[in-house]
Design a protein around this ligand. Structure first.
Ligand SMILES: *Cc1c(COP(=O)(O)O)cnc(C)c1O
Length: 425
């Protein structure tokens, strides 16, 4: 079976390779653990959105804002910006990053439930496209900060349509019980309040119901409720210029699974908004980068056990947290398959001192110590969620472009990890 990410990831004579570069070569030159991305895969994923939007009349005025939190490497942000993407940010830090990566600030939307005054000021000074406001208190704070700076803040309210996205509870955000957004029943009153605040300018409605959605119907259900709100607002002379439909489109994490196309997700939504003269903003994260990256790791030891066999690798939960945090599945495949050698079932675990430190459980592999493994679908929420737990320097990041290898983040050194710490006299 083709690996996830084919044709950009494929098996050739030298085993698994990314575009034209064998992973064995990357391991030899740069060591492991290392994140490896395909430039062509990144470009193809964003292009899929642009294609669908450009082929639908309701997509004529649209903007794809990459959700920076899914992968915030500067080189990746820069490539996205060069391909026309805007950005969805959730902190002042992410704003500084996208500006450093060459983003156009007028293509940046700012989400998040806890924006500080200084983050608001930073975004107002930069001149971003829109603040996605998540509470009544935030409306008032933003109005005050904009007033002090003599500016008007463009806003959308992030509404919570109370739709069950049927995904993992930790990544479902649009239910009544979520900390995100404002309940859609309260939105009308809040927009009326916002309309009275002199330093706010109402631009749109925003909605993001969750992540890793494989069934498009919750998106449609949410949009239906958002359109009802929009009609109620227009009736009260509060015009809405754009709809931000959030991110959340899922990817496959198992090679044998199918995944919804961007077309099957987007076309019904575009049909629903057609003729309303709205600008459409999307905030995909995972879908643009998830299957464009993998985590390359080496087997350190095989540890046969009573009830379990362990393959101890040099990557760990600090490098890729999703399995420990969400019990997420990532395909783990041999970079150089050993033909004819029997498979053994292993838990693939890292060296971190936590029982939850596994990247995969019950995986049939034919491996020996020293072999390379690829943890697939690691391009989103991989490096971005990594930590230095156990004083483990973060992995290097490499971007392959055809037969070119670019180091887009150096491997951290241990001394970097305590550089900001101080002894006391
Ligand atoms: C996380 C997030 C996204 C991106 O979600 P994906 O599932 O990665 O597409 C978009 N918008 C907001 C507000 C988010 O919090």
């Amino acid at each position: 079976m083709n690996p996830i990410g084919a044709p950009f990831f494929s098996f050739q004579q030298d085993g698994l390779q990314v575009e034209s570069i064998p992973l064995t070569q990357i391991a030899r030159q740069f060591g492991t653990p290392t994140y490896v991305y395909s430039r062509a895969a990144l470009a193809a994923n964003l292009d899929e959105f642009h294609q669908v939007l450009s082929q639908h009349p309701a997509g004529a005025d649209s903007l794809v804002c990459f959700a920076v939190k899914s992968n915030s490497n500067l080189a990746i942000l820069n490539l996205m910006a060069r391909q026309g993407a805007g950005f969805d940010i959730v902190s002042g830090g992410e704003l500084q990053r996208v500006l450093a990566a060459g983003a156009d600030p007028t293509k940046v939307v700012f989400s998040g439930v806890g924006k500080t005054e200084s983050e608001m000021a930073q975004a107002l000074e930069a001149g971003i496209l829109c603040f996605n406001v998540e509470s009544a208190a935030e409306l008032d704070r933003l109005n005050a900060v904009a007033g002090r700076l003599g500016k008007q803040a463009p806003i959308s309210l992030r509404v919570n349509p109370d739709v069950d996205p049927k995904t993992h509870p930790y990544i479902s955000t649009g239910l009544k019980t979520a900390k995100f957004g404002v309940p859609i029943e309260n939105a009308l009153a809040l927009y009326e309040h916002a309309a009275t605040l002199p330093h706010l300018k109402i631009e749109g409605i925003d909605c993001h119901i969750g992540s890793q959605l494989l069934d498009p119907s919750p998106f449609e259900e949410a949009l239906e409720r958002v359109l009802q709100l929009l009609d109620a607002l227009q009736a009260r002379n509060i015009p809405i210029h754009h709809l931000d439909l959030g991110g959340g489109l899922g990817i496959r994490y198992r090679a044998e699974d199918a995944q919804p196309t961007v077309e099957s997700y987007l076309t019904p939504l575009l049909n629903m908004v057609q003729g309303r003269g709205l600008k459409i903003i999307l905030e995909p994260g995972r879908r643009l980068v998830g299957n464009a990256g993998l985590l390359l790791t080496q087997v350190e030891f095989l540890k046969p056990g009573e009830g379990k066999n362990f393959a101890v690798i040099d990557a760990a939960m600090n490098d890729l947290m999703r399995p420990a945090l969400y019990e997420a599945w990532h395909d783990i495949i041999e970079v150089t398959p050993r033909a004819g050698q029997a498979q053994v079932v292993y838990d693939v675990v890292g060296p971190v001192c936590e029982t939850g430190d596994f990247l995969g459980q019950d995986r049939a592999l034919s491996v020996q110590a020293g072999d390379l493994l690829a943890v697939m679908s690691a391009g989103a929420y991989g490096m971005a969620m990594s930590s230095n737990y156990n004083t483990r320097p973060r992995a290097a990041e490499i971007l392959v472009d055809g037969d070119q290898i670019h180091v887009i983040r150096d491997r951290e050194k241990v001394a970097d990890l305590y550089a900001l710490e101080h002894l006391i006299p």
